[in-house]
Ligand binder design. Sequence first.
Ligand SMILES: Nc1ncnc2c1ncn2[C@@H]1O[C@H](COP(=O)(O)OP(=O)(O)OP(=O)(O)O)[C@@H](O)[C@H]1O
Length: 241
Amino acid sequence: MSLISIQNVSVEITGQNILHDVTLDLSAGEILTIVGPNGSGKSTLLRVIVGALAPTKGKITRQKDIRIGYVPQTLAIDATLPMNVDRFLSIPRWASKNEKLAALERVGATNMMHKQMTDLSGGQFQRVLLARALLCEPDVLLLDEPTQGLDQPGSARFYELIAEIRAELNCAVVMVSHELHVVMSASDRVVCLNGHVCCHGTPETVSNAPEYRALFGAQTGGALALYRHEHDHGHDHHHEH
Ligand SMILES: Nc1ncnc2c1ncn2[C@@H]1O[C@H](COP(=O)(O)OP(=O)(O)OP(=O)(O)O)[C@@H](O)[C@H]1O
């Protein structure tokens, strides 16, 4: 059974058609990545999934009592307002010290508890956001451009962390990202969005789809193939060449 089922969903905002006839199912434990050009409705779709926005047409069904952890695209912290990690993790829902410590430990940010939010590096900040999303013990983790502002090794480490968390908690993960070849390689399934679902399937299927190539060019497909190739061989210590 699907955790979340989106059926023929359309969203109109002030007369503008943002999403059109989107149908999508999310299964337990899978990593689903949404790619698409700027303004293609990726964040809007996440807002529909989380329940912050009601579809104009169509239907969304969520499994009963589903818990969704959400990592927003950007979060501005007022530099004039003191806010340490400890306090931040109790907003909007109070959490105990032990819960907060466990969440920080899970994301590899154990000694961040008493730091000011504004003093954190980009990578530390994203980890704290992730820790906060984990506090509800989510069945589904939603991440909107989670590696924005991180350099490439930082992004790669962040995606590894997501994969570890998924394996540990068996939560489903829905991510929006622009880092096509890296993020697609870490996904079970990819949806390419451009107001509607252009194509979907395994990372290989999508990267070879003409609709995807029309949007992003052939180069990203090549980068994905290269990554897969290197990755396969990285673990292949038994063969003599
Ligand atoms: N509240 C709103 N009011 C008016 N227009 C909106 C609103 N929310 C989204 N839109 C419009 O809907 C379209 C899709 O926006 P959305 O943020 O979902 O795209 P996106 O794919 O996440 O883009 P990006 O990659 O740039 O983050 C855009 O044209 C945006 O201007």
